[in-house]
Design a protein. Structure first.
Length: 358
């Protein structure tokens, strides 16, 4: 592929590129740039973290990037996840990797790097310290969004350090592309601003879309903005707002039946988002079954075709929900089967026994 084709694939991942000019230069000068994403091992894994992340990582690999998944176990410890128990955090990280293996991520090619294996390197903590010296407390508090916190929350000293650690992760591993969600934007911008003065390469930021939660958006919210898209994102803390990778077919159907799905619009419609970002990424066509008296079966070969029909009022929201539930269940079913036996089953049983803390 030439550079423009590679950029085209990365554009499918990134709702925002900082910047496209820098990305083009990077691809022209480096054949296999290092892209990374990171995750806090904590509790259950929903489809934005599971299916959607697998889709995005595979696209970055297709675009010719090396990909590193940073297992942010010490970050989860700093953020008091899993009661601050590093052994439970480690087991939960292994569970996440098993989920990705089962839902199609190319885990044989992705390099999984655990922060716990890096922290004994004194040069890592020097980079954390350099970052902390170069950023104000106010700036670090503004980055609290990256760990699922609000600026108004009472943060611990460890949580104040968290953005310094995340920026240092990129510097220490020599990351070329930070491929994270829009909710991680503030720390990526911080890293990009500090990198030149600290003697590190400035990473290109490729921010993917945050899949909406299934419930109705709050009535009072800021107008269109990055913070608005983050506020609408799927949340583990509200179970009915998310489809989890271990949900049963019955649970998936129940959650989608009660999901927010305004008729005649795809804007801020989570059920339509599932079609755009997951279903059509994994299926060539999408079928909506209806009784003949209501128009019969509809089949769509692309998301734009579905979107046009839905916005014209040709599809009832409930018919859409039923079809999406069926499609999502078919994508999650291999994951459920993967955890029915062997090592994966034992890991799942351990994770299910843990008390999840926020």
């Amino acid at each position: 592929m030439d550079v423009n084709e590679r950029i085209g694939i990365i554009r499918q991942v990134g709702e925002e590129l900082l910047t496209e000019e820098e990305l083009k230069h990077l691809l022209e000068t480096k054949q296999k740039p290092l892209a990374y994403d990171g995750f806090e091992p904590s509790g259950r894994i929903h489809i934005a973290q599971g299916l959607m992340r697998a889709i995005n990582v595979n696209k970055m690999l297709k675009a010719g990037c090396k990909f590193m998944m940073w297992v942010a176990d010490w970050h989860a410890l700093a953020n008091n996840k899993m009661g601050g128990d590093i052994d439970k955090i480690r087991t939960t990280g292994e569970y996440f990797i098993e989920v990705w293996k089962a839902c199609g991520m190319d885990t044989e090619t992705v390099d999984f790097v655990w922060c716990n294996d890096i922290v004994n390197d004194g040069s890592y903590w020097m980079k954390v310290l350099q970052t902390g010296k170069s950023a104000t407390i106010k700036r670090l508090i503004r980055c609290s969004q990256i760990m699922g916190r609000k600026e108004s929350d009472e943060l611990s000293g460890a949580q104040i350090m968290y953005p310094c650690m995340q920026a240092a992760d990129m510097f220490h591993m020599g990351v070329d592309i930070a491929q994270l969600g829009m909710d991680q934007r503030k720390v990526n911008v911080l890293a990009r601003e500090l990198a030149p003065s600290l003697g590190f390469s400035k990473p290109v930021a490729v921010h993917h879309h945050m899949l909406m939660g299934l419930l109705s958006p709050p009535k009072e919210m800021a107008e269109e903005s990055i913070d608005r898209s983050v506020a609408l994102k799927m949340s583990k803390s509200i179970p009915d707002a998310s489809i989890f990778m271990d949900d049963s077919a019955q649970e998936i159907t129940r959650k989608l039946q009660q999901a927010y799905c305004p008729p005649n619009t795809s804007h801020e419609n989570p059920v339509m988002e599932y079609c755009k970002y997951i279903v059509f990424e994994r299926q060539k066509s999408f079928t909506i079954e209806r009784p003949q008296k209501f128009g019969g079966q509809l089949e769509f070969g692309s998301y734009p075709a579905l979107q046009a029909a839905y916005e014209k009022g040709e599809i009832h929201p409930m018919d859409l929900k039923v079809a999406v539930a069926k499609a999502i269940d078919s994508l999650i079913n291999p994951v459920r089967k993967h955890f029915e036996k062997g090592k994966a089953k034992k890991i799942l049983e351990q994770v299910q026994s843990f008390k999840v803390t926020r």
